[in-house]
Design a protein around this ligand. Structure first.
Ligand code: APR
Length: 331
């Protein structure tokens, strides 16, 4: 049986565990600094087995030892931005949390594929790549699947059709500059732009960009977790079942659209070895411009994070090993 470790048993982590269990995908281990929350939620989830008809073992712990031998590590640990906290504060705190989560999890599961969910997403995924020294094929971030699901939902609502029939992709960073692809959205193969005016499509894209904030505003005490949890489960399923799904994920760009050496949302074929390949779409000039702007903003944040946590001064060896392994993905 496959094993999936989820670091952070908060709303997103526990919801992801729920979806993974219902799909009978793996033995799930939830780890949290608050071990009572990890253990309590695991027990609660385990008791859904006879009701949701799954037999997935679910375990909670305050220690990484329980995650030993995981096939996938999902990092959702972090803190949300609170009043009075600057973006740099959030960046520093979550970078420290993700750095320790990635380092500890790697000790017990050196062969795992790491999937990052903690925000700011693309920056935290890049950090995980840096600290683990794993080949980039084994480190990816979850954002595009969620943002695309939001875009698909809004298109479906607009047309009064099933969301199942809507396909759309959102690329770029998981932030204000994300790039919903209007020309490529379709309803069972029919271009959405033949059914919805370009002006209205732009409004739906804008609502997608603000999709997370819209939910935060309504919830008041937290951020979205059902669709994020389902998005993680979908990626975990694609990896464990070696599905070769073409999904927008935060991956290390290697020359696509002139971008290189940085994590951002691009279409990638996902399977048992992680990111099997990145697909470069024939984007038009406006789309490339939007993607480049999004990439520039991520690069700035990565530089800020590296300065805040002092990266580059203390661990040059790990960066070197990441680069070396990059050249030979079999390592
Ligand atoms: N190690 C392990 N767990 C930690 C650590 C740590 N060092 N620090 C915090 N946590 C745990 C918290 O105890 C909490 O249970 O991370 C969990 C975060 O859960 P929530 O606060 O409920 O946040 P959630 O809504 O799940 O979002 C988690 O995913 O979508 C992103 O922006 C979101 O970055 C956030 C992350």
């Amino acid at each position: 049986m496959f094993k999936v470790a989820i670091i952070g048993a908060g709303n997103v982590g526990a919801t992801a565990a729920d979806y993974i269990a219902i799909k009978n995908l793996a033995h799930v281990v939830l780890v949290d600094i608050n071990d009572g929350a990890a253990r309590g939620k695991s027990l609660d989830l385990l008791q859904t087995g006879p009701l949701s008809l799954h037999s997935s073992p679910i375990q909670g712990s305050g220690s990484y030892e329980a995650t030993a031998g995981s096939d996938i590590v999902v990092i959702t640990a972090g803190v949300p931005r609170k009043e009075g906290m600057t973006r740099d504060d959030l960046l520093r705190i979550n970078a420290q949390i993700v750095r320790s989560a990635a380092t500890e999890a790697l000790k017990y599961s050196p062969d795992a594929i790491f999937t990052v969910v903690t925000n700011p997403l693309d920056v935290m995924t890049q950090l995980t790549y840096q600290v683990t020294g794993l080949p980039s094929q084994k480190v990816l971030g979850m954002a595009g699947v969620l943002d695309s699901a939001r875009f698909q939902t809004f298109i479906a609502m607009e047309l009064g059709v099933s969301p199942v029939d809507v396909k759309a992709m959102v690329l770029g960073g998981h932030g204000d500059l994300m790039v919903p692809l209007l020309r490529h959205a379709s309803v069972n193969g029919i271009p959405a732009l033949e059914l919805i005016s370009p002006e209205r499509m732009k409004e739906l894209a804008a609502r997608t960009r603000d999709g997370g904030a819209e939910i935060v505003k309504l919830l008041k005490t937290g951020s979205a977790y059902y669709a994020p949890g389902a998005s993680i489960a979908l990626m975990v399923e694609a990896i464990l079942r070696d599905e070769n799904r073409l999904l927008p994920c935060s991956v290390l760009a290697s020359g696509q659209h002139g971008l290189s050496g940085m994590y951002l949302g691009l279409p990638a074929v996902i399977g048992r070895s992680g990111v099997k390949r990145i697909v470069e779409l024939p984007l038009n000039a406006d789309e490339v411009k939007a993607l480049t702007a999004s990439a520039a903003s991520i690069e700035q944040n990565v530089a800020a994070m590296n300065t805040l946590i002092g990266w580059g001064q203390e661990e040059p060896a790990a960066t070197e090993s990441a680069a070396t392994k990059e050249a030979d993905p079999e390592k």
